[in-house]
Write a new protein. Structure first.
Length: 1080
C-alpha cells in the first residue's frame, strides 16, 4: 500500500521536441540562439513505460546537467551535456558561437542506464580536462556506475573510473571536487539521493546509519586513487538523505573549505564545517534558523561585498496566483511540522532561501526581502555578473513536465484507488498521469545591485515557459561577457548569447597552480577597484548537476583601473598583483614567494558583552493553537508574552524583576541584592497561573509609598474565559494580594499597560491597550485610560478611547513641555500620538499612508538633532506580505457564511487585483459552503476575493488595510511629526518587537530585536533579525559583533539591570530561556 502513497508524487509522459527555427533578432541582453546556428542540437529526451516513470522513481524528471571546459586546449570552452537515458554529448567550440558534435569519436556517450550530473576536472594532473558523469544504478533495472572519461589528448577519451576508485554504484546526483585536507590534490564529495521507502521517513537519527546506495560519500585522493573516508570524516549517509546539490565554499574564512548539502523532503540540509583535521562538524542548527523544505539546486557568492560568501537554495513556491492555489504547499506541510520536530528535524519552509553570511558565524535569510523566494519549480541557481556592472546577478532555471503536487490530481487519484488492488492501482495510475497539469515555467533572472535583486525576466531574457534543469555560465565567444547554457527537458538545449553593452569593463582570470591541482580549485580571488571589492572562489560544480569552467569573471562597470588583485592560493599563500590591465583574460601563475594568509582576529568589540547566569528562567508557551479555532487568521495572538516589569520593590537600591508566564505556568518574581537574584514566592500570584501574562507594570496604585503590580492578561481558550481579565496586586507590607474590585473587568486580549499621572493629580493612572476579542481576531475593540481616584480605585476616562488593535504604548514627553504624551502602536491602523495638554490627550496628525502592522513604539534621538524621534517597529520587508505588495494589504471581517460567527479574511494585491490569502481547503475548513461552491481547486484558483466570495459579500464586510510594512521612525521636527523615514535594510529583515536605550562604553545606543515564529502556514517563521545596536540611523552593528549570541527566537522583552559590580542586559523570548549579558 505504501507504493500507492508514494505514487501520488508522480508525473507523466514527455512530449517531443518542437521544430527548430533559425535565431530571430532579439531585444534581450541574453539572446536564445537556434541550434541551427550553433550546431548544438542536443536534447534530453526521456521516454517512459509502465516500469519506468516517476511512479517507480521519484526523480525521473529531474533532468540532466551540463558542463563547460576546454577539453582540447585550444583556448575555447567546450560543452558537455548529460542525457538521462540517451547518449551524452560533447561539443567542441569552433569559435564565433559555432560548435561541432564530437561525441562518437570522443567516445564519451556513456554506458550507464541513467545519468544525472557532470563535472570536468583534470583528475590525473596531465593538463587535460577529464569528464566525470554521475549515474543511478541498482534501482529498477538501471545498470552502470559513475563514469570517469580520461582525456587521451588526441580527441578521444577512455572510461576508467574503476582504476581511480570513482566507479560509485548507487543513486548518485553530482560530484564536487575540492581539496578538503589541504594536501594539494583534489578530493571529491558525491551527493547521492534516497528514494521513498518504509525506512526513509523515520527519525532524523537515520542520517547516522550509512546506506551504501543512497548515502553521500567523501572520497580522499590517496596518490591518485580515491578512498572512502565518509565515516571517519563524520559525513552523514542515511536512508533519509535526499541529496540534490551541494555548495563548496570557505564559509567562515578560516582557509579550509566547508560543505553545504541540499536535501529534498523532510531531511534537513547539512552544513559541514571543516575541522582542519580531516573531519567535519555538522552545524546547521547553530548557523541557520530557516531552511528550504524541498531544497534543490544551490550556489554561493559574496553578493554584498563583505568578503564572506552567501548562499541560495531553491525550492518550489510558485508566484503565479493560479498555480499557487492549485498545488500543494506549506498549508499542507505545516500540519506535519510538529510531527517532524518530534522526529528531530528542524524548521523548513517551501520557498527559496537567500542566506546572508555574517562573518562566518551565522546566516540571515533574505529571499523574501529580495523578492526571489517564489520562482516556482526551480532547479539551478547561478550567481554571475551578466551585465558587467560589478554586482552579482541571479539566474534560475525552472519547470517540471507535469506537476505531481496538483491538488485536484491527488484527489482524483485517491478516489480512484478505492476498490483496486495495489497492482491494479499502479497500472491505473500510470495510465492516468497525463491528467496532471503541465509544469512549464519561465526561467528567471534578477539584476543585482547594492541594495537587493530586481527581476529582469522579459527584459534581459525571454519569458517563454520552458523545462530547464542544469545550467552554467561561460564566456563562449571570448568577448568579455558571460553566456548562459541550459539543459532542457524534452527540448533542445539553450545557448543564450550575451549582448551586454561593451562600454562596461571586465577582467577574466585563469590560474596555474602546483601539485595535483594545477587549476587551483579552491583558490580565492579579490579585486579592489573604486573603493569596492569583489571576492570569488574557484569551484566548478555549481547550481544543479552542472559545472562551470575554471575561469573567474569580474564585471567592472565603468571603472577603468583595478587597484589590486589579491589571490589566496589553496595552500593559503597570498599573491598580490598591482594595477592589472582590464578587458583581458589574465593568466595568474603561482609564485612561491607569496606570503601566507592569516584569518582576521576578532575585534575588540567582541568582548563588550559577556554571557551571565544570574537568573534561571524559561518561558514556556502553552499548547493552545489559535488556528484550531480561527483557521483563517494570519498569525497568533496567544503568544504575546512573556510579560516583564522592573522596579526596586524592596527599597535596597537595586531593581527587581517580575516575569510573567503563559497559562498553566507560574510567573516569577526575582529580588536583586546587588550580587545575585533570589526568587520570591508570592502565593497570590502563583495561584493565578492559569492567566496568560502579556504585560506588567510596577507602580504605586494606592499612594501608600510602595509599589503595586498590574498584569495585563488575554487568554484565548474558551474554557478558561474567567481568566481573561487583567489583575491588580496590591503590595501589603511586601506581600502582593490580588484586588478584585479596584479595576474594571476587561475580558479582552490586553497587550500593554503603561502607568503615568497624565492629569497631574498626584496619583498614577493607566493606559490599557487591547488588541482584540479573545475569540474574534478581526473584531475592533477599545483601549482606554484608567483614572486613579487617589486610593487605587480606577475608572475609565470618559470621552477617550483608541478603537484599534493596540500592540504597544508608552508615555514620553515628545514636545518638551514637561508633560508626557501618549504614543500607541497598532496593527491594521496607523500609530497614534496623543499630546498631553494639561491633562487632555489630544490626537495629533501622523504622516499619511502609515497603516501598518506596528509591533512596538519607543523614542530615541536617532537622527542626532537634539530631540526625541518616535521609533516604530513593523513587520519589515522580509515577509510573504511584502512578496505580494503591489497595493495595500486588506483584512475583511464579517460573518461570511452566516453561521453566527465572524470570520477574518486577508487579501493581497498582485498586479492590481486582490486575491484571497487562503487556499480553497483553508477557507473550507472554516466555511463549509466553500466546498459546495468550488468542487475543484482549479475552479477556485486565480479568482479575486470578490470573485471567490462575491462583490456584495466583500463590500458588506468591515475592511482594514496596511499600507506600510517597513519599520522606521517619525522624525521630530521641533514638535511636528509629518515625516516617516524607513530604517536601513538591515532592520527590515523581520518584525521589530522591542527597542531598548542602553549606554555602552559611555555612549548611548539603541538595541533592536524582534522576529516572529508563531505564524500560520502561509508565513512559516521570520527569524532573520539577529539583534542590532544603533548609534544613529546610519551607524549600526549586529549584536554578535559585540560578543552576544545571534538571536533566533521571538524576542518580546529587553531590559537593563544594575548590580553592584555589573550592568546587565536581559533578553526575554517567547517559549525560550532568559538570556543575560554583562557589559561596561
Amino acid at each position: 500500500m505504501r507504493k500507492l502513497i508514494f505514487a501520488l508524487s508522480t508525473l507523466a509522459l514527455l512530449s517531443a521536441c518542437t521544430e527548430q527555427q533559425p535565431t530571430k533578432v532579439s531585444p534581450h541582453i541574453l539572446q536564445n540562439l537556434s541550434p541551427l546556428d550553433t550546431g548544438v542540437d542536443f536534447a534530453n529526451m526521456v521516454s517512459e513505460d509502465a516500469e519506468h516513470s516517476i511512479i517507480n522513481y521519484i526523480y525521473y524528471y529531474n533532468g540532466g546537467g551540463v558542463a563547460s571546459g576546454d577539453v582540447n586546449n585550444d583556448g575555447l570552452p567546450d560543452l558537455y551535456f548529460v542525457s538521462n537515458t540517451g547518449e551524452n554529448k560533447l561539443y567542441l567550440n569552433l569559435g564565433d558561437l559555432k560548435f561541432k558534435d564530437v561525441s562518437k569519436t570522443a567516445q564519451i556517450s556513456g554506458n550507464s542506464s541513467w545519468n544525472t550530473g557532470v563535472t570536468m576536472v583534470d583528475i590525473n594532473n596531465d593538463g587535460l580536462l577529464d569528464i566525470y558523469v554521475c549515474a543511478v544504478s541498482g534501482l529498477l533495472d538501471f545498470e552502470g556506475h559513475n563514469e570517469l572519461f580520461i582525456n587521451n589528448g588526441d580527441g578521444t577519451f577512455t572510461e576508467n573510473a574503476k582504476a581511480y576508485g570513482l566507479d560509485f554504484k548507487g543513486y548518485s546526483t553530482q560530484a564536487y571536487f575540492f581539496d578538503y585536507d589541504k594536501d594539494d590534490d583534489l578530493d571529491v564529495y558525491i551527493v547521492n539521493h534516497a528514494v521513498h521507502t518504509t525506512l526513509s521517513h523515520g527519525k532524523a537519527e537515520l542520517r547516522h546509519e550509512r546506506k551504501p546506495l543512497v548515502g553521500d560519500v567523501l572520497l580522499n585522493n590517496n596518490n591518485g586513487v580515491f578512498e572512502d573516508v565518509s565515516e571517519t570524516a563524520k559525513i552523514f549517509g542515511g536512508e533519509n538523505g535526499y541529496g540534490l546539490s551541494a555548495s563548496i565554499a570557505d564559509f567562515n574564512n578560516d582557509g579550509w573549505d566547508d560543505i553545504y548539502v541540499c536535501n529534498d523532503f523532510h531531511e534537513d540540509d547539512y552544513y559541514y564545517l571543516n575541522n582542519q583535521d580531516g573531519t567535519f562538524s555538522e552545524e546547521l542548527g547553530k548557523a541557520f534558523s530557516t531552511i528550504s523544505r524541498f531544497s534543490m539546486g544551490s550556489d554561493v557568492a559574496d553578493i554584498n561585498g563583505d568578503g564572506y560568501q552567501d548562499l541560495i537554495t531553491l525550492d518550489m513556491l510558485p508566484n503565479d496566483e493560479r498555480t499557487l492555489k492549485e498545488t500543494e504547499g506549506d498549508d499542507v506541510m505545516f500540519n506535519i511540522q510538529a510531527h517532524l520536530k518530534k522526529l528531530g528535524y528542524k524548521d523548513q519552509y517551501a520557498r527559496n532561501m537567500l542566506q546572508l553570511n555574517h562573518q562566518g558565524q551565522y546566516f540571515q535569510e533574505t529571499a523574501l526581502f529580495n523578492k526571489v523566494a517564489a520562482t516556482d519549480w526551480s532547479w539551478s541557481p547561478l550567481f554571475a555578473d551578466f551585465n558587467n556592472d560589478g554586482h552579482q546577478d541571479l539566474f534560475i532555471t525552472n519547470g517540471i513536465f507535469r506537476r505531481p503536487n496538483s491538488l485536484d490530481f491527488k484527489k482524483y487519484v485517491s478516489n480512484a484507488f478505492r476498490g483496486r488492488s495495489e497492482h491494479e492501482a499502479l497500472a491505473w495510475l500510470y495510465n492516468s498521469i497525463g491528467e496532471m497539469p503541465s509544469g512549464k515555467v519561465t526561467n528567471e533572472i534578477y539584476q543585482g545591485n547594492s541594495k537587493q535583486f530586481e527581476r529582469q525576466t522579459g527584459q534581459w531574457i525571454e519569458d517563454t515557459p520552458s523545462l530547464s534543469n542544469g545550467s552554467i555560465y561561460v564566456d563562449l565567444d571570448g568577448d568579455g561577457d558571460l553566456e548562459l547554457i541550459t539543459n532542457n527537458f524534452g527540448a533542445a538545449a539553450s545557448i543564450y548569447k550575451n549582448n551586454t553593452d561593451t562600454s562596461k569593463n571586465y577582467i577574466a582570470l585563469d590560474f596555474k597552480y602546483k601539485g595535483a591541482n594545477q587549476e587551483g580549485i579552491g583558490l580565492k580571488a579579490t579585486i579592489y577597484s573604486n573603493n569596492k571589492s569583489q571576492l570569488k572562489q574557484l569551484f566548478r560544480s555549481r547550481g544543479f548537476s552542472s559545472s562551470v569552467n575554471n575561469q573567474l569573471h569580474f564585471g567592472l562597470n565603468e571603472a577603468t583601473t583595478i587597484d589590486s588583485l589579491v589571490i589566496v592560493w589553496p595552500n593559503q599563500k597570498v599573491q598580490t598583483i598591482k594595477n592589472p590591465k582590464i578587458n583581458q583574460t589574465l593568466t595568474v601563475n603561482y609564485s612561491e614567494q607569496s606570503r601566507t594568509y592569516h584569518p582576521e582576529s576578532p575585534s575588540d568589540l567582541a568582548s563588550t558583552f559577556k554571557k551571565a547566569s544570574f537568573i534561571d528562567f524559561t518561558h514556556q508557551e502553552d499548547h493552545y493553537n489559535d488556528f484550531s479555532e480561527e483557521k483563517l487568521i494570519p498569525y497568533r495572538i496567544s503568544t504575546l508574552g512573556p510579560a516583564l516589569a522592573k522596579a526596586d520593590i524592596d527599597n535596597n537600591g537595586y531593581e527587581d524583576i517580575f516575569i510573567g508566564n503563559s497559562s498553566g505556568k507560574k510567573a516569577q518574581l526575582f529580588l536583586n541584592n546587588g550580587h545575585h537574584f533570589t526568587p520570591l514566592h508570592m502565593k497570590a500570584i502563583e495561584n493565578d497561573s492559569l492567566f496568560e501574562d502579556n504585560d506588567a507594570e510596577f507602580f504605586d496604585a494606592d499612594n501608600d509609598g510602595d509599589l503595586d503590580l498590574y498584569i495585563a492578561s488575554g487568554i484565548q481558550e474558551e474554557q478558561l474565559e474567567e481568566f481573561q481579565v487583567d489583575r491588580l496586586y496590591i503590595n501589603d507590607n511586601g506581600q502582593f494580594k490580588r484586588s478584585q474590585s479596584q479595576i474594571p473587568l476587561n475580558p479582552l486580549v490586553t497587550t500593554v499597560v503603561s502607568a503615568y499621572d497624565f492629569d497631574s493629580d498626584n496619583d498614577m493612572d493607566l493606559f490599557i491597550g487591547n488588541h482584540s476579542d479573545a475569540h474574534d481576531f478581526g473584531q475592533a475593540v477599545s483601549s482606554y485610560i484608567l483614572v486613579n481616584d487617589g486610593t487605587g480605585h480606577f475608572t475609565k476616562q470618559p470621552n477617550f478611547e483608541v478603537e484599534s488593535k493596540v500592540t504597544s504604548a508608552r508615555w514620553e514627553d515628545i514636545n518638551g513641555d514637561q508633560l508626557k504624551d501618549l504614543l500607541v502602536a497598532t496593527e491594521w491602523d496607523a500609530p497614534k500620538i496623543f499630546l498631553n495638554q494639561s491633562g487632555t490627550l489630544t490626537p495629533t496628525i501622523v504622516p499619511q499612508q502609515l497603516n501598518g502592522l506596528w509591533q512596538t513604539v519607543s523614542t530615541y534621538d536617532i537622527d542626532k538633532d537634539g530631540d526625541q524621534d518616535i521609533l516604530l517597529g513593523n513587520w519589515g520587508l522580509n515577509t510573504k506580505f511584502n512578496l505580494n505588495f503591489d497595493g495595500p494589504l486588506q483584512l475583511y471581517h464579517s460573518d461570511f457564511d452566516q453561521n453566527g460567527k465572524n470570520e477574518t479574511l486577508l487579501a493581497y494585491n498582485k498586479g492590481g487585483y486582490y486575491y484571497p490569502l487562503n487556499t480553497k481547503d483553508e477557507l473550507a475548513s472554516q466555511m463549509n459552503v466553500i466546498n459546495r461552491i468550488y468542487t475543484k481547486h482549479k475552479s477556485y484558483a486565480g479568482k479575486t476575493i470578490e470573485e471567490a466570495l462575491t462583490k456584495t459579500t466583500i463590500n458588506s464586510a468591515k475592511k482594514f488595510e496596511v499600507h506600510q510594512l517597513a519599520s522606521g521612525y517619525i522624525r521630530n521636527d521641533h514638535g511636528q511629526f509629518n515625516t516617516f523615514i524607513p530604517f536601513d535594510d538591515a532592520l527590515q529583515l523581520a518584525p521589530i518587537t522591542i527597542f531598548l536605550n542602553v549606554n555602552v562604553k559611555n555612549e548611548s545606543q539603541l538595541m533592536v530585536a524582534g522576529n516572529s515564529t508563531k505564524l500560520n502556514s502561509y508565513h512559516g517563521a521570520y527569524t532573520a533579525l539577529k539583534g542590532l545596536l544603533l548609534k544613529n540611523e546610519n551607524d549600526y552593528k549586529l549584536i554578535s559583533d559585540y560578543g552576544m549570541a545571534p538571536i533566533h527566537t521571538q524576542v518580546k522583552q529587553l531590559e537593563t539591570l544594575k548590580m553592584k559590580d555589573e550592568n546587565l542586559i536581559l533578553i526575554l523570548s517567547n517559549d525560550d530561556n532568559l538570556l543575560l549579558y554583562t557589559y561596561k
